[in-house]
Design a protein around this ligand. Structure first.
Ligand code: NAD
Length: 370
């Protein structure tokens, strides 16, 4: 198969981890006989520096012409004082809107080899397998007005939480479809005791639930969900929620796997191309130190193979290689623990590649621990 992939490394560690995804995909191409064509575009602070805008038109064109988009991360202190329209994150919001990426899928599952890196007890996290479905193109991050203002001569500010009912409908329906292929449970997270938007969200979830008698629907207030995710994360199968709640809860979910550097994501639209990115940011504190964990980005590439290209076996090959490397004791700094071998970003990428290309490589790795 031949596929065109738009690659947007972005800022900070985005560049370092994207390199990992590309090299691993090249290894997949070599092993399975596919040709992946990578074309690079700018986004975020890098694009502001080069073109004066966080999302240049050429980048959008490139994405629209491609079969899928891989994105690293954007942002950094260099651009923190920019006016709102010239902030790196604005590029991220715009690409989501322009590609109509209405749902962000964030799987979280338990890695037995990482049980010692989670702050939670093994018996709490063992067996966690959760899929967060976050609405991505509505809510507070897009509603207008969003501005500083004046009220009675005093400084004031407004952000707007706006949703059309249809925007809620399509993402909640997707959650039910996904639950049907998993363990058949949807937890819809809202703040219906306070917010009118959440009361509509709940009604829509109930309406859709009538069409899915085989799927259990439960409602949970977001504050309770934040607690339950730590207290009893195994209760969750598919969690669906609006944009900002999903943003916050999925970072919380990363604690379950041990690090933000482990969580991949896929953003999907009705007509494609889909976009794949790790859930973490540009991590300026470790930029340039060859210390970032590339696994979230590599697993995002695996999601791309599965969801955009229908390459299930190839996606599993990447996931198995990651599991084997972790089982063999290789750890980047964020998931390091006593008795394991700490490696750099580039060493972790090499291990995953070698394992993918030649299963004998893993035997050599294990030999080093014998
Ligand atoms: P962050 O996710 O960049 O970092 C949070 C912490 O996690 C840091 O200590 C960082 O070192 C660590 N971390 C993150 N990814 C890691 C990885 N792969 N390996 C090892 N450690 C990792 O969040 P932040 O510090 O709040 O934000 C930094 C910048 O990133 C800001 O400009 C923010 O706006 C931006 N951001 C971008 C995205 C995105 O591009 N999707 C998401 C979140 C934040």
């Amino acid at each position: 198969m031949k596929k065109r992939i738009a690659v947007l490394p972005g800022d900070g560690i985005g560049k370092e981890v994207v390199k990992g995804a590309i090299e691993v995909l090249q290894a997949v191409g070599e092993r399975f006989g596919h040709q992946f064509y990578f074309s690079y575009g700018k986004i975020g602070g890098t694009a502001i520096d080069a073109a004066g805008t966080p999302l240049p038109d050429e980048t959008m064109e490139l994405c629209k012409e491609s079969d899928a988009v891989l994105l690293g991360a954007v942002g950094g202190p260099k651009w923190d004082r920019q006016p709102p329209h010239l902030r790196p994150e604005r590029g991220l919001l715009k690409i989501r809107k322009e590609l109509n990426l209405y749902a962000n899928l964030r799987p979280t599952h338990y890695y037995s080899s990482l049980s010692d890196t989670s702050p939670l007890r093994k018996e709490v996290i063992e067996g966690v397998d959760m899929l967060m479905v976050r609405e991505l193109t509505g809510g507070l991050y897009f509603g207008k007005p969003s501005e500083r203002t004046q009220q009675n001569g005093e400084d004031a500010v407004v952000d707007t939480l706006f949703y059309q009912k249809e925007e809620m409908h399509r993402v909640i329906k997707l959650a039910f479809e996904l639950a049907r292929k998993r363990r058949g449970k949807v937890t819809s997270v809202d703040k219906a005791n306070v917010l009118e938007s959440s009361r509509m969200w709940r009604e829509v979830a109930e309406e859709i639930s009538n069409q899915y008698p085989d799927v259990i629907l439960e409602h949970m207030l977001v504050d309770n969900a934040a607690m339950q995710m730590i207290k009893n994360p195994k209760q969750f199968d598919v969690v669906v929620t609006e944009n900002m709640f999903g943003d916050i809860l999925s970072d919380e979910a990363s604690v379950l796997t041990g690090s933000l550097g482990m969580l991949p994501s896929a953003s999907i639209s009705e007509n494609g191309p889909y976009l794949y990115e790790p859930i973490h940011g540009s991590a300026p504190d470790i930029e340039g130190k060859n210390a970032a964990n590339p696994i979230a980005m590599i697993l995002s590439a695996a999601m791309m193979l599965r969801l955009s290209f229908g390459m299930e076996e190839e996606a599993e090959a990447i996931e198995n290689a990651v599991n084997q490397v972790l089982d063999a004791g290789y750890r980047t700094r964020d998931i390091a623990s006593f008795g394991k071998k700490q490696v750099s970003t580039s060493e972790m990428i090499e291990e995953v590649k070698a394992t993918l290309l030649d299963n004998e490589a893993i035997l050599n790795i294990m030999g080093a621990y014998a």
